[in-house]
Design a protein around this ligand. Structure first.
Ligand code: MLC
Ligand code: AMP
Length: 550
C-alpha cells in the first residue's frame, strides 16, 4: 500500500486573525470530487439530523464560515468551510466502504486536525468512533479489535505492518492510514469524493463513540456514549464555562480521551471558537501561545510543568479568561502557586469516560481548591454508604451519578452494566468522596484499584498479569506512589521465582515491548514475599508506605 500525501480538507495557510481563504478557491491540492448542489444551512441540517452531535455543533459554527476554525502554528490551518467540506468527503468515503450505520471505526493515529475531522465525519455518517491511545502496543490493540469488531481500522502508516495482520485475524473489512502530516491512504481516497454530505438523522440514544476503560478485573470495557449524552454535556458545559464569541481554545491535550476530544473540542465547536492546535504538550510552546488564547484545558501534570517555566507570568496570561484542570486531582499547592504566579484561579472539574463531565467549580463563584466543585446542572450526584443510603455532608461515601450525560452501558457486557448501575438508575463511579456544607464535592479516594498517572488511568491488575507472565516472576503487586510530575507513579513489587535472578532494568524493558509506555512501572522493587492479611489478600497499603519514598 503506497503512502502518499493528499488533501481532503484543502486547508488554507492562515495568518492569525486573518480570514481563511475559501477552501474552494484553493487549487493547490488536487480534489477530484464533485461539489454539485449547495449545502443546506447548518440550522436546517440540525433540524433534520435530529440529535446528531455533528449537526448540533455545526448549527453553532459562526456565520462567517471563511474565518479560522483550527490554527496549526506553521502548518496548514482550517476554516469552518474546510471542516464542513472535509468531513463530507470523509463521510462519503466511509459510506462507500459499505459500512452500516452503527458499525465501529477504530482509530489509532497521531494527533492532527485530520484526525479530528475523521471523528466528525464518523458522527456525520452515523458510525461509532472508537479512539485508541497512540501508546497502545500490539497486545492492547489486538484486544480492542477482537472485542469491538470494527468494520474499519485507521492507523498510522508506521504501524500498518503489525496492525494489518491483527485486523485480518479479526475480519476487519478495511484498513486505512493517516499520519500527522496528512499522509496516508485515508485522505488520498477521500479526495476522490464530493464535498457535500447530508448528515444522517441520529436519535439521542444512538451510540456515537465507544471509549475503552481499563478493567479492574482484567478485561477492558467499552463505554457506549450516545449522541444525546454528548450533546447534553456539551450544552451544559457551554453555559457553565461561559463560552462566548471571541474565545480561542489553546488545545494541547491528546484527542483519544474524553478530556481532549469531547470536553475540549466540543467546547470550541459548540461555541464556534477557533482552536490553536498543538500536536503535543510542550510547556514553552503553550506559554508562547497563551497571549492569543482565552481558554486552556489540561491535566494537573501540565500545570506542574507550566509552573516549572520562568516564562509563566500574569503578563503571559493577560488574554486568558479560563484555565481548566481535570482527569486527576489538582493539588492545592499547584492551584495556589498558579494563582500566585498568574493571578488565575484554575477551575477544577470532575468527570469520567462513562459520564463525560459531572461536576465543576463555578465560573463566577468561589473556585475552592481541593474540591471538584458542584454538580453540573441536570446532573445528579450523591454520596452513599455501603447500603446505598445517602450520607450527610462531611461524611465520606461512594459517589454515584445519574443524568442525561451518563452512558448507556458497556459494549456487549450486560452483566457488568447491570452491576455498575443501582436499581434507581445511578451509575457507581468507583470514586469515593464527600460533600461540604456548601455542596462542593471533594474526591478523597477510589474504591476501584486504579492509579492515575499524568491523567492516564492504569489498572494494577492488568500490569500484574503482564508481570506474572514474565520468566522468573512468581508474583507481583502494582501500586501508585506519589510523584511530583505525574501525580502518581506506577510502581511494581515483584517476588522472583525460587532461584531466578531478576533485575529491575530487564523487567522494565520486557514490559515496554508489550504495553503502553505510560503503564510501564517507573520502578520495580524485588522482595522475598508480599505482605498478606489473614484472608491472604496482598496488603497494598503496607507496600505503599514502604515504597513511598522510593
Ligand atoms: C508519558 N509517559 C508517562 C505519561 N505520559 N508515564 C506515566 N504517566 C503519563 N501520563 C512516559 C513516556 O512514555 C516516557 O516514557 C516518559 O513517561 C516521559 O515522557 P514525557 O516526555 O515526560 O511525557 P509527555 O509525552 O510529555 O507526556 C506527559 C503528558 C501526557 C502529561 C503531556 O501524559 C498527557 O498528555 N497526559 C494527558 C492524559 C489525558 O488526556 N487524560 C485524559 C483522560 S480522560 P519512556 O519510557 O518512553 O521514557 C479522563 C476523564 C476526565 O480522565 O475527567 O478528563
Ligand atoms: P477515565 O476512566 O479515564 O475517564 O478516568 C476517570 C477517573 O478520573 C474518575 O473516575 C476519577 O477517578 C478521575 N478524575 C477525573 N477528574 C478528576 C479530578 N478533578 N480529581 C480527581 N480525580 C479525577
Amino acid at each position: 500500500m503506497g503512502e502518499g500525501r493528499q488533501g481532503v480538507g484543502r486547508p488554507t495557510r492562515l495568518k492569525r486573525g486573518a480570514r481563511a481563504v475559501d477552501a474552494a478557491t484553493d487549487t493547490k491540492v488536487a480534489v477530484r470530487g464533485t461539489t454539485k448542489g449547495r449545502a443546506r444551512s447548518a440550522t436546517a441540517v440540525a433540524r433534520t439530523a435530529g440529535s446528531n452531535l455533528y449537526a448540533q455543533a455545526a448549527a453553532r459554527f459562526p456565520a462567517d464560515r471563511s474565518s479560522a476554525s483550527i490554527w496549526c502554528g506553521d502548518g496548514p490551518s482550517y476554516s469552518w468551510h474546510d471542516i464542513e467540506h472535509a468531513t463530507a468527503r470523509l463521510a462519503n468515503l466511509l459510506v462507500s466502504l459499505g459500512l452500516e450505520q452503527g458499525e465501529r471505526i477504530a482509530v489509532q493515529v497521531e494527533k492532527s486536525p485530520e484526525a479530528l475531522l475523521l471523528y466528525l465525519a464518523c458522527l456525520r455518517a452515523g458510525f461509532v468512533f472508537l479512539p485508541l491511545n497512540t501508546a497502545y502496543q500490539s497486545a492492547e490493540i489486538e484486544y480492542f479489535v477482537s472485542d469491538a469488531q470494527p468494520a474499519l481500522v485507521v492507523c498510522d502508516p508506521a504501524r500498518l505492518s503489525w496492525i494489518a495482520p491483527i485486523a485480518k485475524r479479526h475480519d476487519v473489512r478495511a484498513v486505512l492510514t493517516l499520519d500527522e502530516r496528512r499522509g496516508g491512504t485515508l485522505l488520498r481516497r477521500a479526495a476522490a469524493f464530493g464535498d457535500t454530505f447530508e448528515t444522517v438523522h441520529s436519535r439521542a440514544d444512538d451510540v456515537a463513540a465507544i471509549l475503552y476503560t481499563s478493567g479492574t478485573t482484567g478485561r477492558s470495557k467499552g463505554a457506549l456514549l450516545t449522541h444525546g449524552n454528548m450533546v447534553s454535556n456539551a450544552m451544559t458545559l457551554h453555559a457553565a464555562w461561559r463560552w462566548r464569541p471571541g474565545d480561542v481554545l489553546l488545545h494541547a491535550l491528546p484527542i483519544f480521551h474524553v478530556h481532549g476530544l469531547f470536553v475540549a473540542c466540543h467546547g470550541a465547536l459548540f461555541a464556534g471558537a477557533p482552536m490553536i492546535w498543538l500536536a503535543r504538550f510542550d510547556p514553552k510552546r503553550v506559554i508562547a501561545e497563551l497571549p492569543r488564547a482565552t481558554v486552556f484545558m489540561g491535566v494537573p501534570t501540565m500545570y506542574v510543568r507550566l509552573l516549572d517555566e520562568t516564562g509563566l507570568s500574569a503578563e503571559a496570561c493577560a488574554s486568558m479568561r479560563l484555565f481548566i484542570s481535570g482527569s486527576a486531582p489538582l493539588s492545592t499547592d499547584t492551584f495556589r502557586q498558579f494563582e500566585a504566579r498568574t493571578g488565575q484561579r484554575i477551575l477544577e472539574r470532575y468527570g469520567m469516560s462513562e459520564t463525560i463531565m459531572l461536576t465543576s467549580n463555578p465560573y463566577d463563584g468561589n473556585r475552592q481548591p481541593g474540591t471538584v466543585g458542584l454538580p453540573l446542572p441536570g446532573v445528579e450526584v450523591r454520596v452513599v454508604d455501603e447500603q446505598g443510603r445517602p450520607r450527610a455532608w462531611g461524611e465520606i461515601g461512594d459517589i454515584q451519578v445519574r443524568g442525561p450525560n451518563v452512558f448507556t452501558g458497556y459494549w456487549r457486557m450486560p452483566e457488568k452494566t447491570r452491576e455498575e448501575f443501582t436499581a434507581d438508575g445511578f451509575f457507581r463511579t468507583g470514586d469515593v468522596g464527600r460533600f461540604d456544607a456548601n455542596g462542593y464535592l471533594t474526591i478523597v479516594g477510589r474504591s476501584k484499584d486504579l492509579i492515575i498517572t499524568g491523567g492516564y488511568n492504569v489498572y494494577p491488575k492488568e500490569i500484574e498479569s503482564y508481570l506474572d507472565e514474565l520468566e522468573g516472576v512468581l508474583e507481583s503487586a502494582v501500586i501508585g506512589v506519589a510523584h511530583r510530575d505525574f501525580g502518581e507513579a506506577v510502581t511494581a513489587v515483584v517476588v522472583p521465582r525460587g532461584g531466578a535472578r531478576l533485575d529491575e532494568a530487564s523487567l522494565i524493558a520486557a514490559l515496554k515491548d508489550r504495553i503502553a509506555a505510560f503503564k510501564v512501572p517507573k520502578r520495580v522493587h524485588l522482595v522475598d514475599e508480599l505482605p498478606r492479611n489473614t484472608m491472604g489478600k496482598v496488603q497494598k497499603n503496607l507496600l505503599r508506605e514502604r515504597f513511598a519514598k522510593a
